[in-house]
Design a protein around this ligand. Structure first.
Ligand code: HEC
Length: 274
């Protein structure tokens, strides 16, 4: 080999080596990242989930990793209990004398945990009622003029605890739960869209358009829908492991849950079949 050829061959070898190193870095970097020691791999999230769950968990027949991950998503990321508590002022979701906003040592109130009932007022408050509008701007656009002062029923967070079937969220199946989180569908049809305004808005409890009454309002499903199937399943599994809260005794009240005499856990793996 002439010296020139040696240089060329060496250069080609180095380029190839560089390419291998680069490809190697690309293909391994996601794995290296997932296994880093920053504490954000799934095993750490599961561990944190168990540390922060504020209620005793019924793990019979449950996938423990999913329950732990679900607890992390519900209690560290999704703030589900921030809205779905049945606790009122002044402590809302916190126990008496354990309100972190008062500078007290924090404890979530287990007796109201995810029991539902927080009232968010009407779906869209009438523009005039939220402090008027600046001079020169449009007059109030909601509700439409023919509805007068009618704004529809208040939007109230639902009871997410399992009922006597042991299934999450008052007996919903995993398939239904996924549909709720992905599309915002209200299976209870609590507040349909109004079909007419006069003489009285119909049907009962309707929401004036353009609000789509078939969809859950306030509930951040447009954000939560971006979670993976695995994550939504984990939330469902966790919500089926928390204690049942009966809520109002009236069985017709949407917040009521039939806890049965004793909460029966679902058969092992039964959630997988849905
Ligand atoms: C900003 C407040 C808020 C947060 C945070 C929130 N929700 Fe909701 N959620 C609501 C309200 C309000 C409703 C009822 C909406 C309606 O009636 O239109 C609701 C409804 C639901 C429903 C439907 C219940 C049924 O019976 O069909 C599910 C399921 C649900 N939420 C799950 C969750 C989960 C899981 C989280 C946390 C990952 C969460 N929510 C966080 C406010 C919230």
């Amino acid at each position: 080999m002439k010296p020139q050829q040696v240089v060329k061959t060496t250069a080609a070898f180095l380029v190839t080596l560089g390419a291998i190193v680069l490809v190697g870095t690309w293909s391994t970097s996601p794995r290296v990242h997932a296994q880093n020691d920053q504490g954000d791999d799934e095993a750490s999230l599961i561990r944190i989930g168990y540390q922060i769950a504020p209620v005793p968990l019924n793990l019979a027949g449950k996938d423990r990793d999913l329950v732990g991950l679900g607890s992390y998503l519900v209690n560290a990321a999704g703030d589900c209990n921030g809205c779905h508590t049945s606790g009122g002022p002044p402590n809302f979701n916190y126990a008496n004398n354990k309100n972190p906003y008062f500078g007290q040592p924090e404890k979530v109130d287990p007796t109201t945990y995810l029991g539902g009932g927080s009232d968010f007022g009407p779906a869209v408050p009438p523009s005039a009622a939220v402090g008027g509008f600046p001079p020169g701007s449009e007059p109030p656009s909601y509700p439409p003029a023919e509805y007068g002062t009618y704004v529809g029923p208040d939007i109230i967070a639902r009871n997410l605890t399992p009922d006597k079937t042991g299934r999450a969220e008052g007996g919903h199946t995993l398939a239904e739960f996924k549909e709720i989180i992905r599309t915002g569908k209200d299976f209870d049809h609590l507040h349909p869209t109004c079909t007419s305004a006069l003489p009285t808005p119909t049907p009962a409890n309707c929401l004036p358009p353009p609000v789509d009454g078939d969809l859950l309002q306030v509930m951040p499903w447009p954000t939560f829908k971006n979670m993976t199937d695995h994550q939504i399943t984990a939330i469902y599994e966790y919500l089926s492991a928390i204690p049942c809260i009966e809520g109002p005794t009236d069985p017709n009240n949407v917040l009521h849950n039939d806890c049965g005499t004793e909460q029966k856990p679902p058969k092992p793996g039964s959630w997988k079949k849905q």
